[in-house]
Design a protein around this ligand. Structure first.
Ligand SMILES: C[S@@+](CC[C@H](N)C(=O)[O-])C[C@H]1O[C@@H](n2cnc3c(N)ncnc32)[C@H](O)[C@@H]1O
Length: 347
């Protein structure tokens, strides 16, 4: 089918049409590719992904934000509406992305709240670029011109010491599509606890991630997904930080009232949802060709045309097998009476 959505999946979705595949349930995501967890590696990969991404790709990422907003009918799942309506409330978005689409959308929705976007990229510098700073294909020309005044950015690596505010200062911490960032080793439990400690008592932390293993996938798409999963998986074979593991991360961060669920989205079929997910995923898979190639059981050195054909056939399978991806969400609340505090320790 080439890099096109086949006619079978180009059906125009009428209002009220279900875009859900059978059996699966509901949720959200996009995909990106900082496949390593060290800062140096992250920067290298960012250079070849985020900063090297085409205008088309960045547009897709922005569109996905609105797709997921449409699918969930809201910007976040945690019950933070009242908290964020109070003057001086604080919200932290970890890995806000160079387009900062979620945080900017939220800052408009909750003008009383101060929003901080943390990213390993210098998002503010990207946002202050003008078209004349770059050629037309550069993603900087796609960043919003008007950033709400209650929206602030901090450059930093979430895996290192985070300098975003005092312990106990945030009403809401949000993190979406960071599946390639956290190594699920012994350092992660204290890291998620450290993030949870940034919450005010009664504040919420929320994670949204895709399940890296699609459901009802054909053999070729399964190979590609597994190659990506194995690439993200830490060398020590520990769990991957992705949809199915996010709830446990909140449990280990000692949060309470934890809620979680997922939404299933079709890939490459099922109307415009499947089309958008296909378009984003295919861009990533094509970019990662040389990285994923060795896991595909294809003879010889990496060959772009052979790889592209393989990816096309994999997406044709998605139409045939009705492949879908589960996007998980989970949120938890910092106890109002802090357990650490109850033990007489300061926090
Ligand atoms: C897939 S994007 C997610 C963007 C945004 N959260 C969204 O939902 O559209 C992942 C973001 O995480 C950032 N990132 C990657 N590693 C990071 C790290 N160690 N610390 C902070 N940000 C990181 C990347 O720069 C990128 O902007």
């Amino acid at each position: 089918m080439g890099n096109q959505v086949s006619k079978r999946k180009k059906k125009v979705v009428k209002k009220g049409d279900s875009t859900q595949p059978q059996e699966p349930r509901s949720s959200q995501a996009s995909i990106m590719t900082t496949l390593e967890s060290t800062q140096a590696a992250a920067v290298t990969l960012l250079e070849c992904t985020m900063l090297g991404l085409s205008r088309q790709y960045v547009e897709q990422v922005q569109e996905l934000h609105y797709l997921f907003k449409h699918v969930f009918q809201r910007n976040c799942m945690a019950p933070v509406d009242t908290l964020l309506t109070a003057r001086g409330a604080q919200c932290l978005d970890i890995g806000c992305g160079p387009t900062a689409t979620w945080i900017i959308d939220m800052a408009k929705e909750y003008p009383m709240t101060e929003f901080t976007g943390l990213d390993i990229l210098d998002v503010e510098a990207l946002n202050t670029c003008t078209d004349t700073d770059s050629d037309n294909d550069n993603i900087t020309s796609l960043l919003p011109r008007h950033i709400p005044s209650n929206c602030h950015f901090k450059q930093g690596n979430v895996l290192e010491t985070i300098d975003v505010g005092l312990v106990g200062s945030f009403d809401h911490i949000y993190q979406r599509f960071m599946f390639n960032v956290y190594p699920m080793d012994d350092t992660m439990k204290p890291k998620f606890k450290e993030l949870a400690d940034l919450l005010k008592p009664g504040g919420y932390m929320e994670f949204i991630e895709p399940d890296m293993m699609p459901k009802q996938a054909g053999p070729k798409y399964t190979l590609l997904a597994k190659a990506l999963y194995d690439r993200i998986k830490p060398m020590n074979n520990q769990a991957v930080f992705h949809g199915p593991t996010i709830k446990q991360c909140l449990v280990e961060a000692d949060l309470e009232d934890i809620q979680s669920d997922y939404t299933s989205l079709p890939i490459c079929w099922g109307g415009y949802v499947g089309k958008m997910l296909y378009e984003t995923t295919v861009s990533i898979l094509i970019k990662l060709g040389p990285v994923l190639w060795p896991a595909l059981d294809i003879d010889g050195e990496y060959d772009e045309q052979t790889y592209t054909d393989f990816v096309d056939q994999a997406f044709d399978e998605c139409v045939e097998y009705k492949t879908y991806v589960n996007f998980h969400w989970a949120y938890g609340k910092r106890p109002v009476v802090d357990t650490v505090n109850k033990e007489g320790l300061t926090f």
